[in-house]
Design a protein around this ligand. Sequence first.
Ligand code: BMA
Length: 316
Amino acid sequence: MLQLERSKLNPILVPDKSNWWESKAVFNCSVLYDGKTIHMLYRAIGEYDNYVSRIGYASSNDGLSFIKKKEAALYPEADYESYGMEDPRIMTIEDETYVTYVVLSNYVKNNPSIYTALAKTEDFLDYERLGIITGPGSEDKDVVLFPKINEAALSYMMLHRPSTWVGPQYNTEKPSIWIAEGDSITNYSKHSLLVKPEQSWEELKIGVGVPPIRTKNGWLVIYHGVDSDHVYSAGAFLLDINEPCRILGRTKVPLLTPEEEYELKGDVNNVVFPTGACILDNKLLVYYGAADKVCCVATADLQEILDYIMSDKCSL
Ligand code: BMA
């Protein structure tokens, strides 16, 4: 049974009491390695009354020690962001850098409407907002975009988790991971069910954590599953490079489940929530939020994890 190995330096990012917008919690971090610098965006909380999230930026040369920028990278400006911007995920598509993030707005009967929005950046300083990219009423979170599947690909591909798409008409009883095709980077219309909860550790729901990573064996996707006690764990599946609707393997047992104090106790207990990854010297570094409080990293040898996902032990 393969497990991700936690860094001894965890947690690698903690709240900064002296900086109001990130004084309470910093978690669910995503990264982009540009060959020199590891850029990180993370969800930050500065007050519990309204629990409005902002997005912070940090950078590193080794993937372990990060220096934060004092000002928030993204904070609610657009109407659709008014109650928070959560869970940023960084992707490169055709040499451009994009960020998906969950937005909360328009409270109706104490419930916020949930969407995912997209922004584009060249330097992690300025962000161009491209608007909401998920449909009304779907309460879509955990949205990641694929890089272009191949040179000839005309369409854009997305993985998403529409929370309300459950029931016989959707062929799934629990919120699941869907794959969608779009004619532009912001407009996705063809949707199909891709991965449903199967094991007890993912009984309540699953959602993609980390944007798909191109490997020689296929697209590696790290995701989270939530069990009936609301414990969040991490698993992985592998998709065919040219036909990402084809699943090549999937972990049956979590790669990471809350065990350490910083994962067991926080603002939401018992959470490991992977949202980013990069590869350094053939090592996969998986970045995750722990207990909705701090940022952490855990690693695995890239080839070992690919072989493991493809092996009988964990495939479907
Ligand atoms: C999800 C999101 C994440 C959070 C997780 C665990 O629905 O809100 O930001 O880390 O729940 O609380």
